[in-house]
Design a protein around this ligand. Structure first.
Ligand SMILES: Nc1ncnc2c1ncn2[C@@H]1O[C@H](COP(=O)(O)OP(=O)(O)O)[C@@H](O)[C@H]1O
Ligand SMILES: [Mg+2]
Length: 253
């Protein structure tokens, strides 16, 4: 993807007949078996399915953390599988924010320092790093917790720090793997609500995996994986899970 804006006539993210095989011989696993999907800018897409169905594998491929065995992944029209590791790293830092089940915060750093850290790697000047960290921590409701370290924060607060960290990079896309997996259901619902708010207010696309049954409420579209394949195309309507009157679905593009 270039620095130039992605044309609205194109999906932000596209997978074409993607497969991913792990191992060989007796340990061979076909984790994905021909998955095709498109994600549009500003959408919240949920990938659901049982444990082992291929959700994390697909999310990692969509984020350029891993490469498909066959098939193609496009981000903003650019084919990720053709890029070198260095180019992929650059694209990830610039365009993608990652949120993980286990938060992945640095235990010795404050909330603010955790949010700043990836910006340091991207070469953002110190003053701007601090400004962005404060702004996005305030956005996720943690203004008063800036100086706290992860162990001084609740699980939900830690996940908010991780979301602020993803936002501070000002990405086009947030990929969240089981973002509520370590949270109780009420806290998890607030995190899903926040991710939805991020998509609406910041025009950031969110793709998240979950086996949380509440997930369709927070997504514009739900894709279900079973045994490495997408199922239930009927459930993939744009309005799936949209509470009436709460949010209109994204406009047709
Ligand atoms: N690094 C790996 N090496 C070998 N097999 C893997 C690896 N990662 C995942 N798998 C296998 O691929 C399948 C899909 O896994 P995964 O994408 O993690 O599913 P999910 O996130 O839906 O639980 C599972 O059978 C899993 O055991
Ligand atoms: Mg997983």
């Amino acid at each position: 993807m270039n620095a130039s804006p992605i044309p609205a006539s194109e999906p932000l993210l596209r997978a074409e007949e993607v497969t991913r095989v792990y191992g060989s011989g007796p340990t061979r696993v076909e984790a994905l078996r021909g998955v095709s999907l498109a994600v549009w800018r500003g959408e919240v897409v949920a990938l659901q399915g049982r444990s082992g169905s291929g959700k994390t594998t697909l999310l990692n491929l969509l984020g350029g953390l891993d490469r498909p065995t066959s098939g193609r992944i496009f981000l903003g029209g650019q084919e990720l599988s053709r890029l070198s590791e260095a180019e992929l790293t650059r694209i990830r830092r610039r365009h993608i924010g990652f949120v993980f089940q286990a938060f992945a915060l640095h235990p010795l750093l404050s909330a603010e320092e955790n949010v700043e850290l990836p910006l340091r790697f991207s070469g953002v000047p110190a003053r701007e790093r601090r400004e962005r960290a404060r702004r996005w921590l305030a956005y996720v409701g943690l203004d008063a917790r800036r100086r706290h370290r992860p162990f001084e924060l609740s699980g939900g607060e830690q996940q908010r720090v991780a979301i602020a960290r993803a936002l501070a990079a000002e990405p086009d896309l947030i990929l969240a793997d089981e973002p509520t997996g370590q949270l109780d259901s009420a806290t998890g619902a607030r995190i899903l609500q926040l991710l939805r708010q991020v998509a609406r207010e910041q025009q950031i696309t969110v793709v998240m995996t979950s086996h949380d049954p509440a997930i369709p409420e927070f997504a514009d579209r739900v894709y279900t994986l079973a045994d490495g394949r997408l199922v239930e195309p009927a459930a993939q309507s744009r309005t799936a899970g949209n509470p009436p009157g709460v949010d209109s679905p994204p406009p047709p593009r």
